[in-house]
Ligand binder design. Structure first.
Ligand SMILES: Cc1cc2nc3c(=O)[nH]c(=O)nc-3n(C[C@H](O)[C@H](O)[C@H](O)COP(=O)(O)OP(=O)(O)OC[C@H]3O[C@@H](n4cnc5c(N)ncnc54)[C@H](O)[C@@H]3O)c2cc1C
Length: 503
């Protein structure tokens, strides 16, 4: 049995440096050579600035000090996503992180809440989300600093500067012995049909490896261009295929959430960091030209432009095999689903977690590859279906794009989920899903989909007492949140990045 001695990571974007950091941490006591090759000439994609809570688990696993990370990546806090104009123009909803259960079991809470709405009570679902309440009041507190309060079960993620994240992780990985080689790979040499032997750089340098991680972004240098793995195209479900992105100066307070506003042919994002704001418009080229998209974006951004707007084409889908032979694809090389729920960086981390659970010897047994590919596809499909949910429930018919979304054919699993949910709010049980029932319920409710009945099991529960509990919970949470620092104050007091000027 030959163990893997030399791992070559191709690409130094967020994907490559996350892989390097995770491997360096995993093998800090083993003698494994880990080398990352990146090309300054090609550069990185440089977007990808909104994350979800599991990202903080990565920081913790790597033993990185969270405050230091926040300061060095100009990060701000994220409590969820504010969606505007998705169901109909002029309306919006919030998809919060964390629980939404008023301290109960989530099934019982949701069904008691459904029963309350059917009895004419006016509680909104989001009234029970501590993250939503903090976002509404533009306030912030780390849940771990608020134990035994209504915020104890809140959660959060970060908005961060993509370039600063890669340099942070690079420093981390290099300190643990990862070798960085700058240069453009011009040739990849195979050993057999499925196995890579070595790569050649433009300089003529030759680099051999036992295992290769393809983090070359949309170039997909090894997984596609060398191993010929095909791409499963999901644009029949998610037709957006381009984005235009621009950075602007900060204006006004730093909001503790990402904004996703529906536009005529897609949606625009706004991601506030400590030192600037990231903006973009994700659109479908079959309905909208680049010029129209650019004009739309420039009309809606606040603050002076800090960069030239940049158009980024992409194709929604996933590789048919993410791991093949001695090559694992990670990040954009493995697939991409539009960034509506900020899931791409998460998929990088998941890709590594699943890989480390099935870490092979140098033979890379096909059964390991098969199981890995099955598992990753499940993650991709779960995210795809959740994103489609945001579009397919629209009632908008004001543009061809929204008419298309309203009438689209759904993935079978999503159609079944919606059918099940409509009955009494049930959801299919999944193993280790990314999106909790609270997430599905938030988006469904925000898009106007509410179950016809509640589960009568909760009729055993004292209903007046439940309503009292609801009232007390909502009042106590609002009262507690109102005396918290604003998001800006919290940053200024706890984790201001260099040049933070707000008071
Ligand atoms: C419009 C848009 C918005 C996004 N928003 C979010 C978001 O909000 N949240 C989120 O989680 N994710 C988001 N993402 C995804 C996120 O940006 C990526 O998942 C993440 O940055 C990983 O990218 P990567 O490392 O795979 O690729 P890249 O950043 O493109 O890096 C590729 C690397 O490969 C190197 N390379 C390529 N070819 C060669 C070669 N021949 N020789 C040597 N080196 C080579 C390049 O130099 C570079 O270092 C977004 C993506 C897009 C397109």
């Amino acid at each position: 049995m030959k163990t893997i001695q030399k791992i070559i990571i191709v690409g130094g974007g967020t994907g490559g440096w996350i892989a390097a950091a995770m491997l360096a941490n995993e093998f800090k006591h083993a003698r494994i050579h880990i080398e990352l090759i990146e090309s300054n000439e090609i550069g990185t994609i440089g977007v990808g600035e909104s994350t979800i809570p599991p990202f903080l688990e990565l920081i913790k696993t790597l033993d990185i000090d969270e405050i230091d990370f926040i300061q060095k990546t100009q990060a701000s806090f994220k409590l969820g996503i504010q969606f505007t104009d998705w169901r109909v123009k002029g309306e919006g909803y919030f998809h919060p992180f964390g629980t939404m259960t008023a301290g109960m079991n989530h099934f019982r809470f949701y069904n008691l809440w459904l029963k309350s709405t059917m009895n004419g009570e006016k509680f909104g679902l989001q009234d029970f989300s501590p993250c939503n309440i903090m976002a509404e009041h533009r306030r912030f507190m780390l849940p771990r600093l608020a134990e035994k309060t209504p915020l104890a079960d809140a959660s959060y993620a970060l908005h961060l500067d993509a370039k600063l994240v890669t340099s942070y992780l690079r420093n981390y990985a290099e300190a643990l012995g990862v070798i960085r080689t700058e240069g453009k790979i011009t040739q990849v040499v195979k050993k057999t049909d499925d196995f890579i032997d070595k790569v050649y750089l433009q300089s003529g340098k030759e680099i051999e490896g036992d295992f290769f991680i393809d983090c070359s972004g949309f170039h997909a240098l090894i997984i596609e261009k060398t191993l010929g793995v095909s791409y499963c195209d999901w644009s029949n479900y998610l037709p957006c295929d381009r984005a235009v992105a621009v950075q602007t100066e900060n204006k006004g307070e730093t909001l503790p959430f990402t904004r996703a506003t529906a536009r005529d042919h897609g949606w625009s994002w706004r991601i506030p960091l400590q030192h600037r704001t990231g903006n973009g418009y994700v659109y479908a080229s079959k309905f909208c030209s680049d010029d129209e998209a650019l004009n739309t974006l420039l009309n809606v951004v606040d603050g002076e432009l800090l960069t030239e707007p940049r158009v980024i084409p992409f194709k929604t889908g996933v590789r048919d095999e993410i791991w093949k032979g001695n090559c694992l694809a990670l990040g954009l090389a493995s697939g991409f689903i539009e960034p509506l729920e900020s899931t791409a960086i998460h998929l990088v981390v998941r890709g590594m977690v699943h890989f480390l659970r099935r870490y092979p010897d140098a033979e890379c047994d096909k059964s390991l590859q098969k199981e890995y590919n099955r598992r990753m596809k499940m993650d991709y499909e779960e995210i795809r279906d959740f994103i489609v949910l945001h579009y397919c429930l629209t009632e908008r018919e004001d543009t061809p794009f929204w008419r298309w979304c309203k009438n689209m054919e759904l993935p079978i699993a999503l159609q079944e989920t919606i059918d099940l949910f409509k009955v009494q709010g049930g959801l299919p049980e999944q193993i280790d899903p990314l999106f909790a029932p609270e997430s599905w319920r938030s988006v469904a409710e925000g898009m106007g989909l509410r179950p016809k009945k509640y589960a009568t099991l909760v009729d055993d529960f004292d209903f007046p007492e439940a309503l009292n509990h609801f009232r007390t919970f909502v009042e106590a949470t609002n009262k507690f949140v109102q005396q918290l620092p604003s998001h800006d104050q919290f940053i200024a007091q706890n984790c201001p990045a260099p040049l933070w000027k707000k008071s």
